[in-house]
Ligand binder design. Structure first.
Ligand code: ATP
Length: 437
């Protein structure tokens, strides 16, 4: 029987657990719905994705500064930003089977798609922000929110960053950090969760240049996914219609990926106009206006936002890389992750456990470890060790064999082509660094 896309998701989820990419949160307590933990390989992959984004969005540029703002902010920030009043989803319950739906996900709002009964409630607006209390007293005056987006931390620091960095418009502020949304219908593994990480960049511009910078960032972000190694035919742009725009946006385009469960948003690129800064100015009486020798008139900057989900990018990268290749026999699974982000860059194996091979292999391993993340393994047949690394997404395996003692060479096995070539031990570090970069 043909394997369906859902089977593929199930097999990916099981690979993630088996190889230590992703575990269910609090698993020994039965798990916590929509919360996930990143294991040894998953945490490494996530860190590599974030570094790859940070390098592209800040370190390699002169016009974008980094920021790491607190998750908890003054509660008035969220009143001003419109989140207290408008960051809601319409929620519908079934009175019979107690299923819960987002109204915009239901085609027929009269009949429950789970039990079939006509016992659906009317839609009511449900605010997605998590609340908690600051300090020992749990009353209304102590309410604070877990931020639902990292962007507001950037907006309230616009003047601080501008003054400290002496940047002139156009310039941007980038941030990676946790965000929390009490989603009505989380699911599809780590696609939609209640706690997730965003990689956001806010670019401050003159209002007359909004279209130019919108198009510029659209292109930059597309190129970033290409460099990340995502298959081009699986990506597309999708523009929001006017009626779908969020309360703070003039224009919005999503980068979408074709997941096994359909085309879905991976990143949003938004023209948020001067909405946020103007509202913060009004609420605080702190002047957010800008002028310099180029722009003589004072103005409130417009903002072009690129907002990507780190966890969603990680899921995309895994799905895009996952393949079952029948030519690999009874261990067909391979994760063709780009060497740039693969958690382990190379594995070092002695072919057998004798004739000094383990000692030589260990020496090579310790040398390479100083430069990149490598892995040492002596257990099991060489075929099994290759297969384990294919599943873990490790792009290269170095094998120390009988010939190594004679001419100081080892084989490099390429994960994708499975080809083996011989190279001098002394060259391995540079070869690896070149492939990884
Ligand atoms: P949706 O319509 O799917 O709820 P959104 O349009 O509200 O998403 P944005 O506010 O634009 O999403 O968030 C920017 C990015 O943050 C998204 O493209 C996505 O990658 C990520 N993201 C948003 N919500 C979640 C979530 N619940 N779980 C994981 N990632 C998320």
């Amino acid at each position: 029987m043909a394997k369906t896309s859902n089977d593929k998701m199930d097999r990916l989820v099981s690979l993630c657990k088996r190889r230590g990419y992703i575990f269910q949160s609090s698993e020994i307590y039965g798990g916590l719905n929509s919360c996930w933990d990143y294991g040894p390989l998953g945490s490494e992959l996530k860190r590599n994705i974030k570094t790859f984004w940070w390098e592209a969005m800040t370190n390699r540029r002169d016009d974008v500064e980094g920021l790491d703002a607190a998750i908890l902010m003054h509660p008035d920030v969220w009143k001003t930003s419109g989140h207290v009043a408008e960051f809601t989803d319409p929620l519908i319950d079934c009175k019979t089977c107690k299923s819960r739906f987002r109204a915009d996900d239901l085609e027929d709002k009269t009949k429950c798609p789970v039990c079939g009964n006509q016992t659906l409630t009317d839609a009511r607006q449900f605010n997605l922000m998590f609340k908690t209390f600051m300090g020992p007293v749990e009353d209304d005056s102590a309410v604070v929110y877990l931020r639902p987006e990292t962007a507001q931390g950037i907006y309230v620091n616009f003047l601080n960053v501008k003054n400290a960095s002496r940047q002139k418009i156009p310039f941007g502020i980038a941030q990676i950090g946790k965000a929390f949304r009490n989603e009505i219908t989380p699911g599809n593994f780590i696609f939609r969760t209640r706690e997730f990480e965003q990689m956001e960049m806010q670019y401050f511009i003159h209002p007359s240049e909004d279209e130019k910078w919108f198009d510029y960032w659209k292109e930059q972000r597309w190129n970033w996914y290409m460099e990340l190694g995502i298959r081009k035919e699986k990506l597309r742009f999708q523009e929001h219609e006017k009626k779908e725009l969020a309360h703070n946006a003039k224009k919005a385009i999503d980068v979408e990926y074709e997941f096994p469960f359909g085309w879905k948003e991976l990143e949003g690129i938004h023209n948020r106009t001067d909405f946020d800064l103007s509202r913060h100015q009004k609420a605080t009486n702190k002047d957010q206006g800008y002028s310099d020798e180029r722009f003589k008139e004072k103005f409130i900057p417009y903002i072009i936002e690129t907002s990507a989900g780190c966890d969603r990018t990680l899921l995309t990268v895994l799905i895009d890389a996952y393949e079952e290749d029948p030519s690999r026999g009874d261990k067909p699974t391979v994760l063709r992750l780009s060497p740039k982000i693969a958690p382990i860059k190379a594995a070092v194996f002695p072919l057998v456990k004798r004739d000094g091979m383990p000692e030589t292999a260990e020496k090579i391993y310790h040398e390479l470890k100083k430069r990149v993340k490598v892995f040492f393994d002596v257990s099991g047949s060489i075929g099994r060790r290759y297969a384990r690394m294919d599943e873990a997404g490790t792009p290269f395996c170095f094998t120390i064999d009988g010939q190594t003692a004679e001419d100081e060479t080892v084989t490099i096995r390429d994960r994708d082509s499975m080809e083996q070539t011989r190279h001098k031990i002394a060259e391995l570090g540079d070869i690896l660094a070149e492939k990884v970069e």
